[in-house]
Each structure stands twice: as C-alpha cells, then as structure tokens.
Design a protein around this ligand. Structure first.
Ligand SMILES: *Cc1c(COP(=O)(O)O)cnc(C)c1O
Length: 412
C-alpha cells in the first residue's frame, strides 16, 4: 500500500491555493533521506553525493540538498549556470556530460568543477579548449551485460557512454603528460536498480580497475564515482533498496580491494537523482472528464507534458484517488491527459475506485525525472512546483508557465 506524503485536506488546500495540475515536494522526506544516505556512507571520510541536477532542476531543491551536504552533478551549460546561482562552486560540482559542446566544457572549467570525460577524444578536446586541470575523472564502460544471479539487468555494451578499459589507460597516461595529478573513475551501468547488489558489484569492478590503473600508470586515484542508478519502488508491492546494506556492501569491496592495495584514501562519490527525490514528489491532478466508449476513461488536467515517463517508457506511477483510499477498487480505468497523442496515459487498465469528475488524484513518485522532463507539445504549459515544508506550510518554488512564456521565443 502506498500512501501520499500529505493528507487529503492538505492537498485540497494546495489545489485551492495554487490550482492543478501541480508538482508538490516533501521537504521532510528529502532531508531525512539525504541524512540517511550520508550516514550510511559516513565510513568513507571523503564521501559526497552530487545530486543529478537533471532529475529535479529546481533551485530551492538544490539549496535544500546543499544544506544537507550534497554537491551537484551537471551535464550542460544551463545546469552549471543554475548551480552557480545556487551557490555551488569548485569541487561541489561534478560535470558528467557527453557529446560536450565547447561552451559547456569552458564553463565547467571556469567554475573549477570536477570534469568527467566521457570519451578518450575528450582529452585532446579539453586540452585544446582550456587546458587540463589537476584532477580529472574518466568515465568507464565495461561493455558486455550487467547481470545479477544470471539475470541481465542492463546492457553496458549498447550504451553510448564511457571508455573501454584500454582507452581508460591511454587517457590516464595522456592526462598525466598534460599535467593531471589526481584521477577519478566513473561508471553508470544500470538505471533504476532496486536490487541491493548493484552498487557493491559495480564498486568492486571499479575498485579493481582503480588498482589496475594505479599500477599501470602510477596515477593517484582520488575518487571513485558510483554515479546514479539506485532505484525506487514505483509499484506498491515493491521493496525499497536498503541504503545501509548497499553502503555496507560497497565498504566490504573497498576493504577487500582498495585497502590491501594501499589505496585506503580513495573517496566515494555518488550522483543519485531518482533515489534522492523520486518518492518525495507527487503530481496532483484533478479528474475533469469521464468517457465511456470501448473502455472507461478518466480525463485529468495533467498530461504527458507534466509527466512524460508513462508515455515515454510505459513507466508505472501509482495513483491514489484522494478520499477513496478505502473504497473498493472495482473499476478498470485508463487515466489520460489531453494531448493529441494516444500514448498520453498515466494508467492503463488500472483498478481504481469509482472516480467522479472533480476528484483529486495523486500520481506518486514524480519527484525525479517528473517536471524536469516537461515539454510544450500541443501548446501545453508546464505546471508550478510547490514545496511542502517541514512545518506544514507551503511555498511556491516555481511558478506555472504562462502563454507569454510559450510565445517568448516566437517571431510573429
Ligand atoms: C541521469 C544521471 C544520473 C542520475 O541518475 P538516476 O537514475 O536519477 O540516479 C547520474 N549521473 C549521470 C551521469 C546521469 O546521466
């Protein structure tokens, strides 16, 4: 059973004050989760979480995470600019980009961010553009498949990211010749991993590679960046990953691989996005129409422009009909938005209580990759974002788009 993070009365109050659809974030949940993560990894003195800005690029959210000791992981010029305006600088910023434009790379260098190179050719690109900094990170792609207990979890071989083992070695050598002194290793192999083995297994691979690279090149490995990928339970019967077990698994690999190699000073970094914010945001929407044809449809005032994941990936997002939590779920509905696209469906054949026009629906787990993936198809405007604060009050943290915003780039 999944319960929303606020009461029906609170959601009604928010809908009355700010309108629907609207994205709402739970400050208490965000802070408690960040503290739990930091505590779980506190065995590693240099540990730092670099929140993946792309997941929830909202200044207030970045500032809350900053207060909890997190840095930011940026992938573009505008994410770097936003982070700068939120007070992040230097090694509080990780720049993990790919197919990087010159302006983006220059900005990252100017801010003194950790630069994570996605490809071997980026060594020369960086050197020619703005010179190599003292500390550089390289992104690794082991190829093959990532499997746990003979079950394939993802296919790194098909991913466009990262360098091969041989390229990592060449990149390190070239970077050393260009003046780099300290190195990082980064990899992202599985997305939305809800099994606890992901980080420990990948960490062991990366630690082994770190020892290899250190031996082969003499390079000082400053950090291993486990990146993002820890998942969240989108389905009500799914079990959440256990961050204490995950961190303990990473620690075991660290003690078995790095420490005996004399590399017990390596810092662990993460770039979690979904895990940091996913469960602590929801999309509040109102049922505005019902339609009975070959199937039963409930039309809501949100659409895929507010939350693209169901349309894009067929992703499941749990739905609670406020005030009807305990009513029999004896109706089979498609819950749909108003785009002229037949994939604009938040739920298909979902068992729900009888929904009346005017009912408020909570679409769960939209805190990461939710509003962030919004777009303007059909001239739809992106909604506002509101923070539910720890004292129960609310704060508007992003206003809704207006027609003027939509027309702003047009030349009539
Ligand atoms: C998307 C991304 C992340 C965050 O991924 P989550 O699945 O949200 O944890 C971290 N690092 C990089 C490089 C990414 O592209």
């Amino acid at each position: 059973m999944k319960t929303p993070f606020a009461s029906k009365e609170k959601f009604e109050e928010i809908a009355a004050q700010y309108g629907t659809p609207i994205h709402i974030y739970d400050e208490r949940g965000i802070r408690e989760n960040a503290r739990r993560l930091n505590k779980a990894f506190s065995w590693n003195p240099g540990y730092k979480e670099y929140f993946a800005v792309k997941a929830t690029p909202t200044p207030k959210i970045l500032k809350i995470l900053k207060e909890e000791g997190c840095g930011v992981d940026c992938s573009s010029l505008t994410e770097l600019m936003m982070s700068e305006r939120c007070g992040f600088s230097g090694h509080d910023i990780m720049f993990s980009s790919n197919e990087t434009p010159e302006a983006d790379m220059k900005k990252a260098r100017e801010l003194g961010a950790y630069i994570n190179l996605d490809d071997y050719t980026h060594v020369k690109f960086l050197q020619d553009l703005c010179g190599v900094p003292e500390t550089v990170c390289c992104r690794f792609n082991p190829g093959g498949v990532f499997s746990v207990a003979n079950q394939i979890m993802d296919n790194p071989r098909d991913a466009k990211y990262g360098m091969t083992r041989g390229q990592m070695k060449s990149a390190y050598r070239d970077l050393q010749a260009l003046g780099a002194k300290n190195f990082g290793i980064h990899a992202f192999l599985v997305s939305n991993a809800t099994f606890n083995e992901y980080y420990p297994m990948m960490a062991r691979q990366l630690f082994t590679l770190a020892v290899e690279l250190q031996r082969a090149t003499g390079a000082h490995i400053e950090f291993v960046n486990l990146s993002g990928g820890i998942g969240i339970p989108y389905y009500p019967d799914q079990i959440a990953p256990n961050i204490e077990l995950i961190a303990a698994g990473v620690r075991e690999a660290y003690n078995e691989v790095l420490v005996p190699a004399g590399m017990g000073d390596v810092k662990i970094f993460t770039e979690l996005g979904r895990y940091m914010l996913g469960p602590y945001g929801c999309l509040l929407t109102r049922a505005i129409h019902e339609k009975h044809i070959y199937k039963e449809y409930i039309g809501v005032d949100a659409c895929a422009c507010n939350l693209m994941r169901p349309a894009m990936y067929g992703a499941y997002h749990h739905i609670t009909v406020l005030g009807k939590e305990d009513a029999p779920h004896d109706h089979l509905y498609d819950v749909v938005g108003g785009l002229c696209e037949n994939n604009d469906k938040f739920a298909i054949d979902r068992e729900l209580p009888e929904i009346d026009t005017g009912d408020l629906l909570v679409i769960h787990d939209t805190g990461a990759h939710g509003h962030a993936m919004g777009y303007n198809y059909n001239g739809k405007l992106r909604s506002a974002e509101v923070l539910l604060k720890e004292d129960g009050s609310t704060e508007l943290i992003r206003r809704a788009e207006t027609p003027d915003d939509y027309f702003a780039t047009m030349i009539f």
